[in-house]
Design a protein around this ligand. Structure first.
Ligand SMILES: O=C(O)/C=C/c1cccc(O)c1O
Ligand SMILES: [Fe+2]
Length: 314
């Protein structure tokens, strides 16, 4: 049983920033390469590992992982709103399988997903319903963070389940990262108003959403101009991680700690957990080959921007 993988950075600023044309074109070319890979593979099922940015998951109940039995996009940053086509019975079987492998996952029959999960689906398929999709939330912004070993083991467990689906062509997606430090609020440094949003900010008013997004858009502009106070991108860190993921031996990733990740690659570098889970899932089907790699540090998008595609080796 073979599997295929696409991992990609996301950025809500894709539609709101104006990098040099050569940079924007290079990103669109990378998306085109990933799209061509997916079209050729023609998946019948997608498992999408993605973080959330306090649009669907809040501190009133923040799990490290959650499998969605139903899900809908919230429409932040102009991304698609509305339901995914989630094969609920498959998702339930997956959650049971993972639980039996000693990984504790939350489940949701009403998952709300934001640009982190929606953007790759839009880039690869154009819509949220083109291919049945099981969304898997992997916390990448809200402390505390489980160990990277745990993330790898989640991916391995999910990949083990996927290898049993003889009649499916499964694509796993990992969305997020790489090094980046956008102004996503944190509990420790938030004031009371922001803490109220972090606690339970579901269904914000249009004005509240606009204010949040404006802050990120303005930070992206300042970052590109060299005047923002956020942590810089770290291309060496990004490239080293991509090399490890491509190697097929993910064990060095177990040693990564949240503290060092934040220090070296910014507070949202924890989103690379989705890439680790996706590669671990792919590896559960046996050795794999990376078929495409793209990387650029892009300040206008506040992202060490990477795209990788890979497939189980023939
Ligand atoms: O506004 C947010 O919540 C997130 C912004 C952001 C910016 C750049 C890269 C990312 O991965 C983000 O989630
Ligand atoms: Fe993000």
């Amino acid at each position: 049983m073979s599997l295929a993988l696409v991992t990609m950075s996301h950025s809500p600023l894709l539609k709101y920033a104006d990098p040099p044309a050569e940079v924007a074109d290079a990103v669109q070319d990378a998306f085109g390469a990933a799209r061509a890979f997916v079209q050729e593979y023609d998946p019948t099922l997608v498992v999408s590992f993605a973080p959330d940015h306090y649009n669907g998951f809040f501190y009133d109940l923040m799990p490290p992982f959650c499998i969605g039995y139903r899900a809908e996009g919230v429409g932040d940053y102009g991304t698609a709103e509305g339901p995914l086509d989630v094969p609920a019975e498959r998702a339930e079987e997956l959650a049971q399988w993972v639980a039996e492998r000693d990984i504790d996952v939350a489940v949701s029959r009403r998952m709300q997903i934001d640009h982190g999960a929606v953007q790759p689906l839009e880039v690869l398929f154009g819509t949220l319903t083109a291919v049945p999709t099981i969304p898997v939330f992997v916390n990448g912004v809200a402390r505390p963070f489980v160990t990277m070993r745990r993330v790898r083991r989640l991916g391995e467990a999910i990949g083990g389940f996927l290898t049993t689906l003889r009649n499916e062509r499964v694509l796993v997606i990992g969305s997020g990262g790489l090094s980046h430090d956008p102004p996503v609020p944190q509990w420790a440094t938030a004031d009371d108003t922001v803490r109220a949003m972090l606690l339970d900010g579901r269904h914000p008013t249009a004005a509240a959403r606009e204010a949040r997004q404006r802050r990120v858009i303005d930070t992206g502009r300042a970052f590109a101009a060299g005047t923002a106070s956020i942590k810089d991108l770290n291309p060496e860190w990004d490239r080293a991680l991509m090399t490890t993921l491509a190697s097929g031996d993910l064990s060095p990733i177990d040693a990564m700690t949240p503290e060092r990740m934040a220090e070296e690659a910014g507070n949202s570098s924890h989103e690379v957990r989705t890439w680790v889970a996706a590669f671990a899932a792919l590896g559960a089907a046996g050795p794999y080959n990376v078929t495409y790699e793209f990387y650029r540090p892009i300040r206008e998008y506040i992202a060490g921007f990477g795209v990788m595609t890979a497939r189980t080796a023939p």
